[in-house]
Write a protein that binds this ligand. Sequence first.
Ligand SMILES: O=C(CO)[C@H](O)[C@H](O)COP(=O)(O)O
Length: 223
Amino acid sequence: MSLSPQDAQKKAAAEAALDFLQPGSVVGVGTGSTVNFFIDALAQRKHQFEGAVSSSQASTERLQAHGIEVFDLNNVAELPVYVDGADEINEHLQMVKGGGGALTREKIIAAVADKFVCVVDESKWVGRLGTFPVPVEVIPMARSYVARQIVKLGGDPEWRQGVVTDNGNWILDVHHFDILNAAELERQLNQITGVVTNGLFANRNADVAIVATANGTETRKRK
Ligand SMILES: O=C(CO)[C@H](O)[C@H](O)COP(=O)(O)O
């Protein structure tokens, strides 16, 4: 079956990330359709590394279906590389993530990893973050309170109804944020009681972006 042009770019970016793997180590694995291509590519190299830590139940199942061992992050002392996608990424390699709802575990693994390699098709590369709504994971009983606080910050929250995260929580997708300082907004959102975390990855941004275009893949560093 032939891939759409966007899926072909996702696959190209994901496969290029294999060059960043450290032989013999554990690799951090994100979540989403781009990462699914990475997991499938990883399966061809599974004897070259020890195993993976995973940011979601969905990725864990896909890794295990390929016979790749998935470790508990608590039992992993070193994580040289984390590979994940993004919903938006800018020239500072700050991202909006969490379209797939796995933002909290993704942020935890990103914090542990030495190097965050972000794999995207060119549609994700933006001049300014915020067109894609910013996901915020909330403790269920705090949903309305958190939503009211988000309105005070200038956002327009929408409950992602019917979605429960792997951590048993809910998600608010926040539209229309005017994001001038992503790192500051990330901190402000995280200070609201009841917020588990939010999908701005500005304080822990990516170290490298692999951006697939119609003309091939480019590796971009932070500006
Ligand atoms: O943050 C994520 C999941 O929580 C994904 O990385 C993001 O949504 C991009 O997904 P895709 O590769 O399917 O476009």
